[in-house]
Design a protein around this ligand. Sequence first.
Ligand SMILES: *Cc1c(COP(=O)(O)O)cnc(C)c1O
Length: 402
Amino acid sequence: MKRKSGQNPDITKNWKPATLAIRGGTARSEWGETSEALFLTSGYSYDRAEDAAARFAGEQQGMTYSRLQNPTVEMLEQRIALLEGAEACRATATGMAAMTAALLCQLSAGDHVVAAKAAFGSCRWLTDTLLPKFGIETTTIDARDTAAWEAAIQPNTKVFFFETPANPTMDVVDLRAVCAIAKAHGITSVVDNAFASPALQRPMEFGADVVAYSATKMMDGQGRVLAGAICGTRDWIDNVLLPFHRNTGPTLSPFNAWVVLKGLETLDLRIRRQSENALKVAAFLEGRVAKVLYPGLPSHPQHALAMSQMEMAGPIFSLYVGGGRAEAHGLLNGLELVDISNNIGDSRSLMTHPASTTHFGMAEAARLEVGITEDMLRLNVGLEDADDVIADLDRALTSIGR
Ligand SMILES: *Cc1c(COP(=O)(O)O)cnc(C)c1O
């Protein structure tokens, strides 16, 4: 029985991402199960009191408590680390737990963070509200402008924080250039890679120090559970993140880890098909709405940059329908197949109005500054036949006179 077939680095280093997504990190129990076992246990028992003492002292291998370790969660962490090309990974309960932990674990009062203006609403709340509350200064910039990163650096700058492509404006950040600026100034770059997933973009290959995920999105990929992950060097995960993670407890439940392990098995297939579908749908919409923002289309101002760091452009894009909220809500209300839903990365096509949902909490001026207008919609293209999705959008557009 191959108990740990996905754990020998001499073997796994030659495996391609599609193989790693199915077999990376597998550790079988004494039963030799083919599908990963689900260890729903909060604690672990010891043969002798001395064993418990040795494990707590770090002198004996083994698990002590599921806030700290769990076999199912550990399989997921190893699999994500392998997919990312990272030395280590720590899973979290949600994507936001991952972003919060990745920032707070390394920041103190008096430090400074440079972050992208265009970001997921809750990520903006971290930089605009949470960090300043603890005496951490933040500057938000247009992340597409590489020179703006360099210009925003202060002597106390510790972290660069951004997503690419960004939610929902689809801004693309030059990973190689921005991570190089960070490195040159001893700054840690933290990249939120939720939109692309490691199947399409591996920021560490371009010099990123820390890559954080909402695994709720493409990794689960079927709209079932919330999960997150943080990847980094072994030293950073063990010595910077772990003290924070162990003691504050944003731990992923084993059940959700198991669901995400199942999701990863089809990540490569799903994201490639969804990217193909998204390209077809985006090309259709280009002729029918005021503007489409999809890095996969040659009309996107950063198309060449996006395609130099992503294998495909992914399933998510935004569009300006033209007009205002009435037109945007009218289009949503005319949909029969595509759901009105603010999730992304799902195998179902989902559409949302960011200004009144995901970015509702952002000040209106800040929304408008990054281009989140009343006529903007964001679409996650699923695994349905692209022609059916196009027909649905076509009908909904006709219903608002387009
Ligand atoms: C969804 C999302 C998050 C938050 O993830 P949750 O799992 O919902 O907590 C963070 N960043 C980006 C870019 C996202 O799309």
